[in-house]
Design a protein. Structure first.
Ligand code: FES
Length: 172
């Protein structure tokens, strides 16, 4: 991947309130969840305690709650509660903080910051997506993403490889 860029990774409607969505994007296991106010958050889908999938967890107290021992993490990955320590414990749980990621939502598309540190800018997008209704298309190709981009930009192969389909009529 090209570092320090935003990548479209999900449709906003894929992450509903009160549920955690675990997905693999950009070779990372990610867990998405919303707070009560609808704000979207993203953390590594690996609990800092014993590695359980947070994508199988739930949302409680505006936090993501691990399904294994119930540890809770808030939006910035801070570990806020460890049930086995007791609810009144004031122990330092910082060693359990999660890796979290920056995300933005623009016109029902979720953008993920793949970079070092904080984003240096906002997601770049075509103005046209603001006005159009984005229905989305999911199409899995079992190749490196750079091959897909290269293929989609290479229109000159159409009359040869796809001469009897989308390249019909493009005589060269
Ligand atoms: S593995 Fe997540 S709380 Fe133990």
């Amino acid at each position: 991947m090209i570092k320090n860029n935003w990548y479209a990774v999900l449709k906003s409607k894929d992450v509903k309130k009160n549920e955690v969505v675990g997905v693999t994007r950009l070779n990372k296991k990610l867990a998405f969840f919303r707070e009560d106010n609808g704000k979207l958050n993203c953390a590594m889908d690996v609990c800092a305690h014993r590695g359980a999938s947070l994508g199988k967890g739930r949302v409680e107290n505006n936090c993501i709650k691990c399904p294994f021992h119930g540890i809770e993490y808030k939006r910035d990955g801070t570990c806020t509660r460890v049930p086995l320590e007791g609810l009144s414990s004031d122990a330092d749980y910082s060693r359990l903080n999660l890796i979290h990621f920056h995300v933005r939502e623009i016109n029902d598309i979720v953008y993920f910051w793949y970079g070092d540190g904080d984003p240096v800018d906002q997601p770049d997008y075509f103005e046209e997506v603001i006005d159009m209704e984005y229905s989305g298309l999911v199409d899995h190709w079992n190749v490196h993403y750079s091959r897909i981009i290269e293929n989609q930009l290479d229109v000159t192969h159409l009359p040869f490889v796809h001469h009897n389909a989308i390249g019909r009529g493009n005589k060269i």
